[in-house]
Design a binder for this molecule. Structure first.
Ligand SMILES: *[C@@H]1O[C@H](CO)[C@@H](O)[C@H](O)[C@H]1NC(C)=O
Length: 384
């Protein structure tokens, strides 16, 4: 008892485990013992650092295989010229050959498409508004709502994901249908700006139609260490239509190597790798920028430069778990989503909410035709 107390006493500078010394003989280590301890400590340090290095290498290889850089695996996919020679010098703002296109692949995005259409009307775009939709998946009432503010619905067939969808994120399985954008040459469209349905347009971007390039997009932004990347986000794209490009994409899709998880966005990054004109982030202002790069976000708004805001991490028009909600539930949902993420995006969500209220007030068709008298199923929720 007594000796234990002595060993634990802070006054004893050289504690040795119980049972090692009975008489305190080892209390004052010899220089040899000291050196041995030093060697053991150094060896332990080396072992720990080795382990740490191995672990970081494993982690690094994992994360880099998830986001293999398109340029690291260059495959020479897009072989068309970077710049399309214009047949007429003044076709830039021609409403008939320019379009702003979105997609409606399920009923749940109908309020978003209607709101986006209204936002485009507000900025007086001169381009045609087209919404690509799946006739077999979108109900008549949802289509009516989506088209109420000006989008012209154009039916498309689904483009199946490669490898039977294996390895692709569930939410993105329909997204390869976006490749149909290039086929809109058949609709008489020369140039188009594609905008995801979860965007709002706040400022006219018709200047994009003047670009001589065939393809342009803004950098992607992630909350995590990746931050703003060299790869683009496929939520806003400028492109010149081309049946040839469309056919080439379909031809190479099954054999192209790209991170499948990120679906069409990763494929397009691979297809256009080394050939993309990078747009400033204000063309696709991903709200996550507010969290990741608050200074950049502030400057984008102060300069009133934001053309398109992209609701990536919070979606005011969807229910929890990305489910569809009835039209009557949207206002309530906006209130809830404003509080989510500790209210970080409440201003931006409010902006969407206001645009939605304007939309349903400005287009009485939404109440009178799309909703009243119909009991059409709408993503499992009745229109009310
Ligand atoms: C759009 O056009 C209307 C009517 O000409 C005009 O009152 C409005 O200010 C324009 N909006 C923008 C954002 O230029």
């Amino acid at each position: 008892m007594n000796s234990l107390w002595i060993r634990l006493s802070p006054l004893r500078r050289h504690y040795l485990p119980l049972g090692v010394d009975d008489d305190g003989y080892h209390d004052i280590p010899s220089p040899l013992r000291k050196r041995r301890r030093l060697v053991v400590a150094l060896a332990a340090l080396v072992a720990v650092s080795l382990l740490f290095n191995v672990l970081s290498l494993v982690k690094l290889s994992r994360s880099s295989s998830l986001q293999a850089r398109p340029l690291d695996d260059f495959q020479n996919l897009d072989t068309s010229p970077l710049i399309r020679v214009q047949s007429s010098s003044s076709n830039g703002y021609n409403a008939n050959i320019n379009a702003i296109v979105t997609t409606l692949f399920s009923d749940s995005y109908a309020p978003a498409v209607a709101t986006l259409g209204h936002s485009l009307r507000k900025v007086n775009t001169t381009a045609r508004l087209i919404a690509l939709y799946f006739p077999e998946k979108v109900s008549p009432s949802a289509l009516c709502l989506a088209a109420a503010s000006g989008f012209q619905p154009v039916a498309v067939s689904r483009i199946a994901p490669p490898h039977n969808g294996k390895g692709i994120h569930d939410h993105f399985l329909d997204q390869f249908t976006k490749l149909s954008l290039w086929s809109l040459e058949n609709e008489g469209i020369n140039a188009l700006v594609y905008v995801d349905a979860d965007t709002l347009v706040l400022r006219n971007f018709d200047e994009l139609f003047e670009l001589p390039y065939v393809f342009a997009a803004a950098p992607d932004v992630w909350e995590d260490r990746r931050g703003m990347t060299l790869e683009f986000n496929a939520g806003v794209l400028f492109l010149r239509t081309s049946m040839k490009t469309y056919q080439r994409m379909l031809d190479v899709l099954p054999t192209t190597r790209f991170p499948l998880f990120y679906a069409e966005q990763a494929f397009l990054n691979q297809y256009f790798s080394g050939r993309t004109l990078t747009l400033p982030p204000v063309y696709n202002a991903n709200i996550v920028t507010k969290k990741k790069y608050p200074e950049l976000w502030r400057s984008m708004w102060e300069g009133k430069e934001v053309r398109t805001i992209h609701y990536t991490v919070v979606k005011p028009f969807l229910g929890p778990k990305m489910s569809g909600i009835g039209v009557g539930e949207v206002d309530g949902r906006v209130k809830e989503v404003k509080e989510s993420e500790s209210g970080r995006y409440s201003e931006e969500v409010e902006m969407w909410g206001k645009m939605w209220v304007e939309t349903r007030e400005m287009y009485p068709k939404i109440r009178e035709e799309c909703i009243r008298g119909t009991t059409v199923k709408y993503s499992g929720v009745l229109l009310t």
